[in-house]
Design a protein around this ligand. Sequence first.
Ligand code: C2E
Ligand code: CA
Ligand code: CA
Ligand code: CA
Length: 275
Amino acid sequence: AKAEGRNRFHYFSESLQSIAIRRMSVHSDLRTAIKREEFVVFYQPQFDSHGKSIIGIEALVRWQHPSKGLLNPADFLDIAEETGLIVEIDKLVISAASKQYAQWKSQLPSFDNIKMAINISARQFKDEGFLPTIQTTLEEFSLDPSNIELEIVESELVQDFTIALSVINRLNDLGIAVAIDDFGTGYSSLSYLKRLNVQTLKVDRSFLEDVPTSEVSCRLLRGLINLGKSMELKIVVEGVETQEHLNKCIEYDADVSQGYFFAKPMIASDIEKFF
Ligand code: C2E
Ligand code: CA
Ligand code: CA
Ligand code: CA
């Protein structure tokens, strides 16, 4: 039993070691990536309540790694968050997405009232430079604050509620809308949510699982949409993968639908075919 215990410990420490090695190597690669601006922004279109016309675009970061190829957030975001490098990455994305927005606005004739959704880490809220960066970026590309919307995941918002409350208020003063991402997964109490001046709820895609086959899942989706509506928020349903999903979004009157049924995230030039 003793030997077994020692082996188990050995195994355990080895896996911890490999986690540590991955962390160190991704960490140092990320630093370089920020200096060399190896990040690419992909874009996913969002559709109106009938699922007919494009009304928004979400910017989603990718990392063009010199040897590993194109990496998804799942491959590096945890370490970027832990090390705080996410703050720099988000700024690069804000800048690239704003520049792209300005270009589309000047080139695409029907590019009107399109909102660009940009994901940010709640870590930005503790960064003094965040609000000035946003303002400078909007000015640099002559964007209106109403052109962009910032998305923050629900679970991060509740961690530092007081700070989130004040930064969101300041964003609102600047005319920038804020969305709560992955809504329904963050265990935030409704009394907290009520106090945040957000404009949009993005219902997490897990709520589309078993829709429309499960009656309970359908009612839960409808309930979440109605909850948001009773708070007078714009409701986005993400992860719409099938015609049946879209039908439910239409039936329950979601404002915006987004998902693989319409399109996967794509490079900027591919977005242009939607206009
Ligand atoms: P998210 O903000 O909830 O974005 C939606 C994710 O679901 C994206 O994954 C998207 O590609 C994927 N998706 C879209 N439609 C569907 C669908 O119909 N079915 C399924 N199964 N998936 C769908 P992605 O691009 O890998 O991003 C993962 C997460 O990384 C994002 O989740 C967001 O939280 C975070 N993220 C992405 N870009 C940034 C960024 O620039 N800054 C920060 N801080 N976080 C980011
Ligand atoms: Ca998002
Ligand atoms: Ca989400
Ligand atoms: Ca997510």
